[in-house]
Design a binder for this molecule. Structure first.
Ligand code: G4P
Length: 555
């Protein structure tokens, strides 16, 4: 799916290397150096949730694994907050988890793994400074991993790889490395090496320290596993002779023919350090967490329409990357998630919404640990803050102190699924309209109306499952039942300049004209061919791809 575009579209040419001037602050710089903000990407079922939980276990945030996410039978999921997620057992909305570990502040952006929710994931990646790619050792690189990897690659986000489920007999580790290199086109450098495979997986050899770490399993991997550090010979002596010979040969091969790890290439997204382990049994998780802190970059320069913005500026600026309403059914609020990009965030400061030039009033700012919130008095680059009830904020917005500017736009996608939404209960029309408006604001779906059926808006989404989310949320949050009927459209385009839209519908087969909430026109068609045909027939029509930047500051 190559639907992202213009990822650097906002940044004027010539400004790409210019660092925006302004006072810098040593205290902010100190905080920046402690921060690590990352997201975990994977194909569903590769073990992202399990690894997240085990990272929290090793960071001392939970004492016993199973509190964040139970086994299937008791899916009590602290990082998933919506009922639908629990029903389906998939994570729909991104979660921001923040914790301290060994003098660092780690911000983990949890991203949904299901392919139909990928837009949200892509926007979340825009808020991360690095990503951890989890791969199932038996399955290798899967479709969703590839798509997410590409978004990271376009944005130049450095990636660490965790090859999971080594406790199961999977693919040969060497072939997994070459698959990463071939399919993703980056160098894969093993930082550790598995000592035994499947049932014989007993530990890993840390290539940097040249030490073997042997683990003793615990029940369900619910607590940190006891670990023993040995030299390689002693470690291999305890296992089978076949494994010992194989590991020796593989390590020799890697040392002899392998490329050394190069931090600059990693930071440029051209090389990934690879760690083998098992999130379920905790084997290799502690080593991975410590290596992650060492390797992952702190917040860096962020692109904007004024050039590159350094994180240690004195003035605060942040970008809205996610909006979600009704996180907590008891509060019925709307939270804009802001990634702090530079400066110190102070809720009392004079903040401007760059798109409108108006002041932003902060009524409540929170740091999030799943469902629990903690009032936030200050935040630094890399931190994610939830701003409650700030109605005017939109996805992609920049809020800042000092002279306003805009951060680079968020990635935007072309919908491929369309449907009409109808509210059969005329008494609840207002709730229906309000609900749809909110879901459109959150980027869950796009909503269009047509002149002939104003009461039956057209919903547009990248994946079908998004419509289930709309239905579910309208019912649970707005008490309104919606009837959603699929439409045959598969493609569309913005009509940039004013045109004779009445005539347009007659020009090509099954073309429909609709309007978004700002009155901007789109044409919808059953295939991309019809759109191209329309353009050819009417060259004066200024058609723009759907991926053109809706979230741009001027939108
Ligand atoms: P996801 O968030 O990427 O979708 O994956 P998740 O962590 O939910 O893991 C998917 C399945 O893989 C789960 O099994 C999980 O227990 C299992 N798993 C995760 N890591 C490992 C590992 O290192 N080794 C092995 N053998 N399995 C692993 P499930 O049967 O779907 O659920 P459950 O009943 O175990 O919770």
């Amino acid at each position: 799916m190559e639907r992202t575009n213009h990822i650097s579209g906002d940044v004027p040419r010539g400004l790409a290397d210019v660092v925006v001037p302004g006072p810098q602050d040593a205290a902010v710089r100190e905080e920046v150096s402690r921060r690590r903000t990352f997201a975990i990407i994977s194909h569903p079922d590769a073990g992202k949730t399990t690894l997240t939980e085990k990272l929290l276990l090793y960071a001392g945030q939970i004492d016993v694994a199973g509190t964040v996410r139970g086994r299937k039978t008791q899916r009590a999921v602290a990082s998933d907050w919506m009922e639908l997620e629990r029903e389906r057992g998939i994570s729909i909305s991104s979660t921001a988890l923040s914790f301290s570990y060994r003098g660092h502040v780690v911000n983990l952006l949890d991203t949904p793994g299901h392919q139909d929710f990928s837009e949200d994931t892509y926007r979340t990646l825009a808020a991360a400074d690095s990503a951890v790619m989890v791969i199932d050792a038996a399955k290798g690189i899967e479709t969703q991993t590839k798509k997410l990897f590409r978004v990271c690659a376009i944005r130049g986000i450095p990636i660490l790889t965790f090859i999971n489920k080594m406790d199961r007999l999977g693919r040969d580790p060497m072939s997994l490395l070459s698959e990463v290199e071939q399919i993703l086109g980056i160098d894969a450098i093993p930082m550790n090496w598995p000592l035994g495979l499947g049932e014989e997986f007993r530990g890993v050899y840390d290539r940097g320290r040249q030490m073997a770490l042997l683990f003793r399993p615990t029940e369900h991997g619910s607590v940190q596993v006891p670990m023993e550090e040995l030299d390689l010979t002693a470690a291999l002596d305890g296992g089978s002779a076949v494994t010992a010979q194989r590991v020796r040969q593989e390590l020799e091969l890697l040392d002899g023919a392998g490329v050394p790890f190069d931090r600059d290439r990693f930071l440029a997204g051209r090389m990934t350090p690879v760690f083998f382990g098992s999130a379920m049994t905790n084997f290799g998780v502690g080593l991975f967490l410590d290596s992650f802190l060492e390797l992952a970059p702190p917040p860096g320069l962020r692109r904007s329409d004024q050039g590159l913005v350094p994180p240690d500026r004195q003035w605060f600026a942040g970008q809205v990357f996610k909006i979600q309403a009704n996180l907590n059914p008891r509060h019925r609020d709307r939270v804009a998630f802001v990634r702090v990009c530079c400066g110190r965030f102070d809720p009392e400061a004079d903040l401007t919404l760059a798109r409108t030039g108006t002041k932003v009033r902060i009524k409540g700012s929170h740091r999030l640990f799943a469902r629990e919130r903690e009032a936030m008095e200050e935040a630094y680059p890399g931190d994610i803050i939830g701003l409650a009830n700030t109605g005017g904020l939109r996805l992609g917005d920049t809020i800042c102190e000092g002279p306003p500017f805009h951060f680079e736009a968020l990635p935007q996608f072309s919908p491929e699924c369309f449907a009409t939404a109808r509210c059969p209960d005329t008494k609840r029309r207002k709730q229906f309209t309000d609900g749809l408006e909110q879901l459109a604001n959150e980027g869950v779906v796009q909503v269009f109306s047509t002149r002939e059926a104003v009461r039956e808006p057209i919903l547009a989404a990248v994946g079908e499952l998004q419509f289930d989310v709309v239905k579910f949320r309208l019912e649970s949050e707005y008490g309104v039942r919606a009837e959603i009927t699929p439409l045959p459209f598969r493609a569309g385009a913005w009509v940039a300049a004013s045109a004779d839209l009445v005539a347009v519908e007659g020009l090509a087969r099954n073309i429909k004209v609709a309007f978004d909430h700002l009155g901007r026109a789109v044409v919808l068609a059953e295939d991309a061919f019809s759109i191209r045909y329309l353009q050819k027939k009417e060259p004066s029509l200024d058609l723009r791809p759907f991926t053109d930047n809706l979230f741009a500051p001027t939108a």
